[in-house]
Structure formats: C-alpha cells, structure tokens
Design a protein around this ligand. Structure first.
Ligand code: ZN
Length: 81
C-alpha cells in the first residue's frame, strides 16, 4: 500500500517536472524574434539585427550600433573637423 502511494507521488513529481520543462521550452520557442534582436551599444534600444551595424572588438566582443547613433556620431565628427 505504502509502495503504491510512493509510486503515485513519484509519478506526480515526474509529471510536474515534465510540464514545467515543456512550458520552459515553449516559452523559449515562443520568442524566436528575440534571437534576432540586439541592443544598440550607445542608446541601448532594441533593434532587429538586420537594422544594426555590427563591429567586432578584439576577439570576442560584438558591438551593435543603430543607424541613428551612427549618424549622430558622424554629425559629431563633422563638427570637430
Ligand atoms: Zn543607438
């Protein structure tokens, strides 16, 4: 009798873990757009990767810049010259 109760409890835990796991996976796959989005390194706004200009700093660091910030930088450089 006690073994049956333990088995049911164990089964319940397994089901709970399985449901939690599948929800976690569903949440991850529910936001596929997030993988294609990055924040601009200057203004920290989120953009599609295709809208951003990417620059590699050193071996590992990737920086993204939005067009707006780039044109601001360009304008600043024109003022200095
Ligand atoms: Zn920006």
């Amino acid at each position: 009798m006690a073994v049956t109760v333990l088995a049911i409890v164990f089964l319940g835990i397994l089901v709970t873990v399985a449901i939690a796991g599948s929800r976690f996976l569903a949440n991850r796959s529910a936001t596929p757009g997030e993988a294609n989005r990055e924040k601009c390194s200057i203004c920290r706004r989120s953009f599609e990767k295709s809208e951003l200009i990417m620059r590699e700093i050193g071996d590992y660091k990737l920086l993204y810049f939005c067009r707006e910030c780039i044109s601001k930088l360009h304008a600043d450089s024109e003022i200095r010259n």
